[in-house]
Design a binder for this molecule. Structure first.
Ligand SMILES: CC(=O)SCCNC(=O)CCNC(=O)[C@H](O)C(C)(C)COP(=O)(O)OP(=O)(O)OC[C@H]1O[C@@H](n2cnc3c(N)ncnc32)[C@H](O)[C@@H]1OP(=O)(O)O
Length: 170
């Protein structure tokens, strides 16, 4: 017998979700899968986040970070163990892509171990930089650690070991 359809919603995050996002994030930071974020950084970026919720509980999250006029990044994508493989991650990515299109972005980057998941959603592995030298030099001015990872700077290489750089044209 097949299990009943999973009921969840994906919605913009609220400030009151931030501690729950941090709880979902922490185990992945410990395992060096995702970049750690201080609470203040998560509060400051709450408008970038969507969350998935079922029965009033957070079951997933993801964020869209704008990097340049045409370019964004999918960040901090997590689904709780009990909800894996039920379409939650895909629904979060769909929502982030919708947000990216609404912002006028045409390319979405991600840095991930979940290569198959992203490949099945249209992301392609990239080897080289996807911004020109001028944009690269502008991005160097950002204090954001995720941007440093995007630029593949030496001081963040320990964070990104084993990750794959992927890009989707929207
Ligand atoms: C850019 C970044 O943030 S990278 C970091 C990515 N996150 C992590 O590494 C943290 C750990 N991983 C996770 O939290 C999860 O594994 C995620 C977020 C990558 C994926 O979340 P999930 O909710 O399992 O994704 P989702 O269910 O949409 O898809 C997974 C598979 O389940 C399958 N699936 C989806 N719905 C159903 C369903 N109702 N019944 C059976 N299988 C299903 C899909 O076919 C999919 O397979 P596919 O990838 O071959 O297409």
């Amino acid at each position: 017998m097949s299990s009943p359809a999973a009921e969840f919603v994906v919605r913009p995050a609220r400030a009151s979700d931030v501690r729950g996002i941090r709880e979902m994030l922490e185990p992945w930071v410990q395992r060096r899968i995702l970049l750690g974020k201080d609470l203040v950084v998560l509060f400051e970026s709450v408008q970038e986040f969507v969350v998935a919720e079922a029965d009033g509980q957070l079951i997933g999250c993801g964020a869209l970070h704008v990097m340049w006029e045409d370019l964004g990044e999918v960040r901090t994508l997590i689904v709780t163990d009990a909800w894996l493989h039920r379409g939650v991650g895909g629904a979060i990515v769909d929502r982030l892509e919708e947000g990216a299109r609404a912002l006028g972005l045409s390319r979405l980057f991600c840095l991930t171990f979940e290569v198959d998941f992203f490949a099945r959603r249209g992301f392609e592995v990239i080897g080289e930089q996807v911004v020109d030298a001028d944009v690269y030099s502008q991005l160097l001015r950002s204090p954001d650690e995720g941007i440093a990872e995007f630029l593949d700077l030496a001081h963040v290489k320990p964070n990104t070991l084993g990750n794959t750089r992927m890009l989707k044209h929207l």
